[in-house]
Ligand binder design. Structure first.
Ligand code: KG4
Ligand code: ZN
Length: 344
């Protein structure tokens, strides 16, 4: 039996996530429940997340997901010892729904409340699968909203951003290229599937920010997206069919190549021997393959949580809350707010 139970609430984008994590006396954590409702289908016809629609969906799904998580874990609200909620970064209105709900539960139950960083949550979730994170570790976060390289000394208190995208997030590039290829939203899964049928060497798409001058570990994907758009337009203008599978494979190869090359270089620059890849794009088949071979060649241990934990969920926030509780961190002040641009 866990010594403490932590409730985690996530609502920064289009997933309403409620997780329950058990914290054992030896500091280990255990996943007890992970209830997620997504409004992704309501955004599909817009080709991206509509903030107002996401906020309304959170409001409707929050209490049902809390009930589901407790029912799944066989626990009662009064069993909770601490609560953690995503305070940012994310969509302002969406964050407010989760923060308001968490404040209400914390006040009603008289339990400490931690307002936490969503990006740190994406890293902390790995502890539910692979145990404590060695210090330092490197995290590559790749999703529809973020693309970041983080140096993690302590997931609860010390994370340094080594680089991030200067334009589009990796998942955003997938979603935009899918649209160009007339594939459904979100674009990651259909491009991944098409890419497996295509030739990754068919078209030489550009690799952004991989020159020797790029000292910071930043990423750029808008040039790649534009190159794909131009290539497709030229084909169409010439009245030729677009080889969707080859375009998808060549695009996917460019993304996976840049992400893994830069992540491994960052790890080597900082003498790090453990790499975590998290976020929705971590489910990408080519990224996984290339990361595995390049990390093995560089003597780096690769950790990729299962796909369900890589996408936004409440368990990742509860896992981070459990670390804060274990460290004896002070709870957030009662007037803390949601910060759409919260830094790590
Ligand atoms: O983490 P996530 O569920 O939500 C946030 O953006 O926070 O990530 C969603 C993103 C979308 O852009 C989606 O296209 C991408 O992850 N994605 C993938 C794959 N599965 C999902 N991208 C590439 N390959 C995949 N297999
Ligand atoms: Zn996320």
């Amino acid at each position: 039996r866990p010594e403490s139970i932590v409730l985690g609430i996530e609502s920064s984008c289009d997933e309403t996530g409620v997780g329950l994590v058990g914290l054992h006396a030896d500091g280990s954590v255990e996943l007890l429940a992970d209830a997620v409702a997504s409004s992704v289908e309501q955004h599909a016809r817009f080709g991206g997340v509509v903030p107002e629609v996401a906020s309304r969906a959170h409001l409707e799904s929050m209490v049902p997901m809390v009930r589901k998580a407790f029912a799944d874990a066989g626990l009662r609200l009064s069993d909770v010892d601490a609560i953690a909620v995503t305070a940012g970064p994310g969509l302002a209105g969406a964050l407010l729904v989760g923060v308001s709900a968490a404040k209400a539960y914390a006040a009603a139950l008289d339990r400490p409340l931690y307002g936490v960083n969503h990006l740190a949550g994406h890293v902390a979730v790995d502890t539910l699968e692979h145990g404590p994170l060695p210090s330092p570790s490197l995290a590559l976060l790749v999703s529809g909203g973020h693309t970041q390289l983080l140096l993690v000394e302590d997931v609860a208190s010390s994370i340094t951003e080594l680089g991030s995208t200067i334009d589009d997030a990796a998942g955003e590039a997938y979603d935009k290229v899918a649209r160009l290829l007339e594939l459904p939203y979100p674009g990651g899964p259909p491009i991944d599937a098409a890419a497996r049928r295509g030739d990754p060497r068919a078209i030489a798409f550009p690799r952004g920010l991989t020159g020797p001058k790029d000292a910071r570990h930043d990423f750029s994907f808008s040039g790649l997206k534009t190159a794909v758009a131009r290539w497709v337009e030229q084909r169409q203008a010439a009245g030729e069919p677009v080889p969707v599978d080859d375009v998808a494979a060549s695009f996917q190869e460019a993304v996976a190549d840049v992400l893994t090359a830069k992540a491994v270089r960052a790890a080597q620059d900082h003498g790090v021997r453990t790499m975590v890849i998290s976020g929705g794009v971590a489910a990408n088949s080519r990224l996984g393959e290339l990361a595995a071979s390049r990390c093995a060649a560089a003597g780096i241990e690769l950790r990729v949580p299962r796909p369900r934990l890589c996408t936004d969920n409440g368990a990742m926030i509860a896992a981070l809350g459990a670390r804060l509780l274990a460290a004896g961190a002070p709870p957030s002040p009662p007037d803390f707010g949601a910060d759409p641009a919260l830094p790590v």
